[in-house]
Design a protein around this ligand. Structure first.
Ligand code: DOR
Ligand code: ZN
Length: 336
């Protein structure tokens, strides 16, 4: 197959940051995604309706200026003490999800959740409001490669304690998580990134260190990657795309920041991974159908065209180094 048209995809997990670089990051995402959910770990954080509404307006303006028709989706940051009224106000301000960052697990998460009981009131309100609980599933006190597995018990307790809460476990990175998701009820789903489907820890540090592949959760083994790919191509509605595209400017990367800026390359990486699995015909379900269904959204208008065409990934896009920078990819993606 040399070309493939799919319904315009969605990205249910993307970091657009704040400040001057935000507009460029938003445009790079809007170019290929019909909808995208902007993560709330900006500074200051999106922990209440006013901040959320201001940020949503700024993102919408950046998308409008990009010239691409795309719809941003809003997500607030769940913090202890936020209170139930703030949860309902965030929903009224357009939030479709609230993000649970274990305190200290990743970029800008020191104000996150120490344990689920610290946000019991807020989780009850989210369940009542029909909001999706989006979870960064890592225990920061566990060894780096075991953090996701170590957090599965916490997710299990949340799933059990809030029987109507819809949960999206973000950026799965290991085989145990795939098995856990399948064992939970159908109201629990998971996102998988293009980088976890394409690379392993050996790509990150098996040769020269490639900081552009350093993210949280850290890339894992070939067996873990195979389990993730199997889940993504399975056609199961429980697994869908969230890029976790997380740009950092070179100074931040040099200081060790975690995040892969995949927005410019994600669809090319996905096409290659699905082709490797002999499952290009399932790509549309993964990027354009299952996530929308989980979030109760209709199909995007518009079409994305994937072409088999070699292109070399630039050394830098929007000031950040994307994964596969300087390398040749086999698939190109543009709106049809
Ligand atoms: O690698 C990551 N970068 N993982 C996250 O969870 C957050 C993100 C960021 O905001 O930089
Ligand atoms: Zn993220």
């Amino acid at each position: 197959m040399n070309s493939l048209n799919i319904r315009l995809p969605d990205d249910f997990h993307v970091h657009l940051r704040q400040g001057p670089a935000m507009a460029a990051y938003a445009a790079t995402t809007a170019r290929r995604f019909g909808r995208f959910m902007a993560m709330p770990n900006v500074t200051p954080p999106l922990t209440g309706p006013a901040a959320l509404a201001d940020y949503s307006r700024a993102v919408a303006a950046a998308v409008a200026a990009s010239g691409y028709a795309a719809t941003p989706l809003a997500c607030f940051k769940l913090t202890p003490g936020m209170g139930r009224e703030a949860v309902f106000s965030c929903a009224a301000a357009g939030a479709v999800a609230g993000k649970y960052y274990p305190a200290g697990a990743t970029t800008n998460s020191s104000d996150g959740v120490p344990e689920p009981s610290a946000v019991a009131e807020e989780l009850t309100a989210m369940q009542e409001a029909g909001l999706v609980l989006s979870i960064h599933g890592e225990d920061p006190s566990a060894p780096a490669l075991e953090r996701e597995r170590a957090f599965l018990g916490v997710v299990d307790s949340i799933v059990g304690s809030y029987p109507r809460l819809r949960v999206a476990l973000e950026h799965l990175s290991c085989a145990e998580s795939v098995r856990a998701v399948l064992a939970w009820p159908e109201r629990v789903a998971a996102t998988i990134t293009a980088h976890h489907l394409s690379f392993t820890i050996d790509d990150l540090l098996g040769g020269s260190l490639r900081p552009e592949l350093f993210c949280k959760p850290v890339l894992k083994s070939a067996a873990d990657r195979a389990a993730l790919l199997e889940a993504a191509v399975s056609g199961s509605p429980r697994f869908f795309f969230g890029s976790d595209s997380a740009p950092h400017q070179p100074e931040a990367k040099a200081a060790g920041a975690a995040g892969c800026y995949t927005a410019p390359v994600a669809l090319s990486l996905l096409a290659a991974a699905f082709e490797e699995a002999g499952a290009l015909d399932r790509l549309e379900a993964f990027v354009s159908v299952s996530g929308a269904r989980f979030y109760g959204l209709g199909p995007n208008p518009g079409v994305l065209r994937l072409r088999r065409e070699s292109w070399t990934v630039p050394a830098s896009v929007d000031g950040a180094v994307p994964p596969a920078a300087g390398r040749t990819l086999a698939w190109a993606a543009e709106r049809a």
